[in-house]
Design a protein. Structure first.
Length: 128
């Protein structure tokens, strides 16, 4: 009986210890930081240009390694862009609500803040 019970637990123990036994052959990178909207736009644009270049022909093992490393930078940029887009939506809503109540101070201040962010994002459309 004890042997049968022990044999039942053996697969569970093997499954739970698998991550500890497996070697992780993949290197992980921090990528370039994208702390600001400007950095995110720059890293996003440059990272995508490099990715296009790497994907333009036959993808070698070295290209795969370069793409893997590059993806961390692009992921950082996308995370910042997502965060900044949420902020942009809130600022635009401030403009919207202030315009309904004819609050000129808020419309002016929030409108300028919105346009500053929008100008930076618009550079994405102008990047060639």
């Amino acid at each position: 009986m004890k042997l049968t019970r022990a044999l039942c637990y053996l697969p569970l123990c093997a499954l739970l210890s698998w991550p500890a036994l497996a070697d992780d052959p993949v290197d992980h990178y921090a990528g370039k930081p994208s702390e600001t909207l400007e950095e995110a736009v720059k890293n996003f644009t440059e990272g995508n240009a490099r990715l296009r270049e790497l994907l333009s022909g036959e993808v070698s093992n070295q290209d795969m390694a370069d793409i893997h490393e590059l993806s961390y930078t692009i992921e950082n940029a996308v995370a910042t862009l997502r965060r900044e887009m949420n902020v942009l939506a809130v600022v635009l809503e401030d403009v919207h609500l202030a315009s309904e109540s004819f609050n000129q101070d808020t419309v002016s201040a929030s409108g300028r803040a919105y346009l500053g962010m929008a100008d930076t994002l618009e550079t994405l459309g102008n990047a060639d």
